[in-house]
Design a protein around this ligand. Structure first.
Ligand code: AHM
Ligand code: MG
Length: 334
């Protein structure tokens, strides 16, 4: 095993960083890692078994749920329930938050917000999908935890991460002390440290946005797209356009290579599409910890005060210099 550090070993080593933690956060992260391996197994054989396609149910957002969404949702809730460290799971797939009402869990310290399988419309065509999670400390001190324990600002996150089920499967997470990435080695069934201390380049040359919606974009976003397409050697423009349609995949690539991912408000989705609690806050925490920036076009994502579980926001996230230019254009043309 010389030279290999597994996720489990790494988490235990880092536990000492948290003066308040008595191992619960470590156990919670470990439970998420185990559920991710189970989901990975199913995602990988999705083409082989009758698990592809729509489950016939509709989630709170009015979107068809894929069978694997339902499977992933169940796996994560069950791992977090049996772990006993988490008193509420709020998931993109359920209308309301899920209180964990067992004798051990109801006094547990942590709240987990999760998008169990993001980008699931990509599953049928064998393109990367992901899991996104975010962990908060419970604020209330007695009784069952409530909605206000869930509706915390992104700055209050104690940990966040994502799993990308891609050409290889990776788990990337932060506890507020940098970002580390682990690649699943299928031969030993362990996530192994492969990308220690990830840093996003300050500038890059990739922009990721669903340009098909161009006519519906705010003026500042239209101007940014034109800026990205102008030739300028000093800033490495024109940029390259890359859009998978799987937020985890698009942001993971930009994190490593440098770039910007934008999902703005549109005339048809005036609040944006992506969810603050399940998608934007965790990705914002990770990207900031890697040295990048995450904004709604004007303000820091992590400072948005949430008022409802399934709240949406626009997002501009990635390399700091690129997001700053986009923010300036948003301000100038709004
Ligand atoms: P989902 O949570 O329903 O999977 O939607 C989120 C996904 C993101 O992963 C992706 O970036 C975006 O939706 C793509 O949306 P669009 O098809 O509108 O470009
Ligand atoms: Mg999603």
């Amino acid at each position: 095993m010389t030279g290999i550090k597994t996720l489990g070993q790494f988490i235990i080593e880092k536990q000492a960083d948290f003066s308040y933690a008595k191992g619960e956060l470590s156990r919670l992260l470990r439970d998420i890692g185990i559920a991710a391996k189970i989901v990975n197994r199913e995602v990988n054989k999705a083409g082989l078994v009758d698990i592809l396609g729509e489950a016939g149910t509709i989630n709170i957002q009015g979107e068809g749920q894929q069978k694997l969404d339902v499977f992933a949702n169940t796996q994560f809730i069950s791992a977090l329930t049996s772990g006993g460290e988490c008193c509420i799971v709020a998931t993109e797939e359920e209308d309301d938050f899920v209180p964990i009402d067992s004798p051990v869990s109801k006094n547990a310290k942590y709240i987990v917000c999760i998008d169990p399988l993001d980008g699931s419309s990509n599953i049928d065509v064998n393109v990367a999908v992901g899991t996104i999670f975010s962990i908060y400390r419970r604020k209330s001190t007695e009784g069952m935890a409530t909605l206000s324990d869930v509706l915390q600002k992104g700055t209050q996150q104690v940990a966040a991460g994502y799993v990308i089920y891609g050409s290889s499967t990776m788990l990337v997470y932060t506890t507020g002390k940098g970002v580390n990435g682990f690649t699943l080695d299928p031969s030993i069934g362990e996530f192994c440290l492969s990308h220690p201390n990830l840093k996003i380049p300050e500038s890059g040359n990739i922009y990721s946005i669903n340009e098909g919606n161009y006519v519906h974009f705010p003026e500042g976003v239209k101007k940014y797209i034109k800026y990205a397409q102008v030739e300028d050697k000093a800033t490495n423009r024109p940029y390259t356009s890359r859009y998978i349609g799987s937020m985890v995949g698009d942001i993971h690539r930009n994190l490593i290579k440098g770039g910007i991912y934008i999902y703005p408000t549109t005339s048809s989705s005036p609040n944006g599409k992506l969810r603050l609690l399940y998608e934007c806050n965790p990705m914002a925490f990770i990207v900031e910890q890697a040295g990048g920036v995450a904004s709604d076009g004007f303000n820091r994502i992590l400072e948005i005060e949430p008022t409802e579980l399934h709240q949406r926001t626009s997002i501009f996230i990635g390399s700091s210099n690129m997001v700053k230019v986009a923010e300036d254009l948003m301000t100038e043309f709004s």
